[in-house]
Write a protein that binds this ligand. Structure first.
Ligand SMILES: [Cu+2]
Length: 582
């Protein structure tokens, strides 16, 4: 036998054995989910048109291990609207069609239809899932997604038990009305949330901060709970002298949050599924789209219970009821009220405090380092604008409008009529004054995409600016699909050459969501190593609704095996129909 044939046979044996081995190790984690409308009172106020899964709000958690295939058969039981679910933080390597972004990775699942999501979870961490069509996330379509390390492997920190806290903000007005208001001329702002929810529970009409038979200074009565009410707070049962991991994720529509636990320090150990250089805090900020794990040590001896409190930062918090959970020591009675009032949330507009926390986030030594140089750099200026009298958010003066055909299909099959073929600009004029409202408030609306070169290193400099109102700039948490990125740095004002030396190439944290502070910039670096079409957008639901995002396409020609069901709408739908007839 010629040596080449022998090599070929060995390779084939090796490949098939490799495939066999993978299929033995990888476990399918199947879920059958029905997305449906529900009514309920998550913050003690009855509301209908909550979007839940299998009769639950928030949706059921997914628990998997690294290497598992998560398989979700998602049936749309909504009456007259489509649905998709995005698996936030999962990179979807080789399965870009399972990213769950309507108009980008797939068509909305039609009422009555079932779509099979099937993807591998490749990295341990704290993730969540949520709706990614219109403002369905805001209506309650979300849940936790926890990925544990492989069997026999260990996390780089120890804990005896764990809890998940999924944070959200809650409006009494339904999303249909909110969307209508945002699209009105002039725009009617949705206002601040009525309450904050922890694992879908909050209190609006009563308060936990005073005993049941009294009222607080604003006249709000103390809550009377037996514990069975939907809006009764979460209780975390802990034992004295133990170590716990709290997995905290924020899926808020708008609010930036701060989390504190009375009389317990927290050690930050994980952000967005990546390990941090641990550091100790008394409280921490979390923006929409972010997740953290913190480690707490319970007291050796405790005769009472403690509040976990969540409050709003970066926006006026006075209209939004804070969220509370109870850290219950099993050594005490569960009904025993905490001795002290809940920890106060730091002043909402103390941005220096927010920055000092954010600037302390570094990667755990041994984490992947960024390439030392970039191949391409894109500057994205965030502005608030008008288009035909409607308020929009724009990036380099272009406001995103999605199309009916998923980009993944239209780019893969060269359907150039499906979206605007002119790509948005990769930079903006360097004389732009970010401290002032836009000189020309009108922007362009486009469905164009950024075509990124495959296999390269990209920098994105997110530049924040003043909104239409004088002297105001807002916080925006930007989330990238399909990738983690290194956060190289932040700064105030306009990014310039002098900031180049400030970029951290040594131990920048890897994340999938990063904040830009008012009138400031944030620099990130990532590799275009994941063929697909990926959204990069502000995670504030109404901002995205008003166009605050961009579309990155990379290596789409390499994408294989897109299920037909993902493309059964718009021009790809027509293409599939005509193929069926041939
Ligand atoms: Cu935003």
């Amino acid at each position: 036998m010629a040596p080449t044939s022998l090599t070929t046979i060995c390779l084939l044996v090796y490949l098939s054995f490799g495939a066999f081995w993978r299929s033995v190790r990888a476990k399918d984690v199947p879920y059958n989910w029905e997305v449906m409308y529900m009514s309920g009172a998550p913050d003690c106020i009855e509301k209908d048109h909550i979007i839940g899964i299998n009769g639950r709000f928030p949706g059921p958690p997914i628990n998997a291990r690294v290497g598992d295939n998560v398989v979700v058969y998602l049936t749309n039981k909504l009456h007259d609207e489509g649905v998709v679910i995005h698996w936030h933080g999962i990179r979807q390597l080789e399965t870009p069609w399972a990213d769950g972004t309507a108009s980008i990775s797939q068509c909305p699942i039609k009422p009555g239809e079932t779509f099979k999501y099937n993807f591998t979870v490749d990295k341990a961490g704290t993730y969540f899932y949520h709706g990614h069509l219109g403002m369905q996330r805001s209506a309650g379509l979300y849940g936790m997604l926890i990925v544990d390390v492989e069997e026999g492997k260990k996390e780089p920190f120890h804990y005896d038990g764990e809890f998940s806290l999924l944070l959200s903000d809650w409006w009494h007005k339904g999303i249909e009305e909110q969307e209508k208001d945002l699209d009105a001329t002039p725009m009617r702002w949705i206002g601040e949330a009525q309450s904050l929810l922890i694992n879908g529970r909050g209190q609006y009409s009563c308060t936990l901060t005073v005993p049941a038979n009294s009222k607080n200074s604003k006249g709000v009565p103390g809550c009377k709970f037996t514990g069975k009410e939907q809006c009764a707070p979460n209780i975390l049962d802990v034992e004295p002298g133990k170590t716990y991991r709290l997995r905290v994720a924020s899926t808020t529509a708008l609010a930036s949050l701060n989390v504190a636990i009375e009389s317990h320090n927290m050690m930050m150990v994980e952000a967005d599924g990546n390990y941090l250089q641990p550091f100790i805090v008394k409280d921490f900020d979390i923006y929409s789209g972010e997740s953290y794990s913190v480690i707490i040590n319970t007291h050796e001896l405790s005769t009472h219970n403690y509040w976990i409190s969540v409050g709003v930062r970066g926006r006026d918090p006075t209209k939004t009821a804070r969220g509370f959970a109870l850290l219950h020591y099993k050594s005490t009675g569960v009904s025993k009220r905490p001795k002290h009032p809940p920890p106060a949330t730091p002043l909402w507009n103390d941005y220096a405090r927010s920055k000092s926390f954010t600037y302390k986030l570094f990667a755990l030594p041994g984490s992947p380092k960024p390439p030392p140089n970039y191949d391409h750099r894109i500057f994205l200026l965030n502005t608030q604008n008008y288009f035909e009298g409607k308020t929009r958010w724009a990036i380099n003066n272009v406001s995103l409008k999605l199309t009916d055909t998923p980009y993944l299909g239209s780019i893969k099959f060269g359907l150039t009529n499906a979206f605007d073929q002119i790509s948005p600009p990769e930079t903006f004029i360097d004389t732009y004054d970010i401290t002032k409202p836009p000189p020309n408030p009108n922007c362009r609306v486009s469905s164009g995409v950024y075509n990124l070169n495959f296999g390269k290193t990209y920098d994105v400099i997110l530049q924040n600016a003043n909104i239409i109102q004088d002297g105001v700039s807002e916080i925006h948490p930007w989330h990238l699909h399909g990738h983690d990125f290194w956060v190289l740095g932040y700064g105030d004002g306009m990014f310039s050459e002098k900031d180049e030396g400030k970029l951290n190439l040594e131990n920048p944290p890897l994340r999938n969501t990063v904040v830009i502070f008012p009138h400031g910039w944030t620099a990130i670096r990532f590799m275009t190593d994941n063929p697909g079409v990926w959204a990069f957008h502000c995670h504030i639901e109404p901002h995205l609704h008003m166009g605050m995002g961009v579309i990155f396409a990379e290596g789409v020609h390499l994408v294989q095996n897109i299920p037909k069901e993902a493309l059964s709408c718009g021009l790809t739908g027509e293409m599939l129909m005509s193929q069926n007839h041939n």
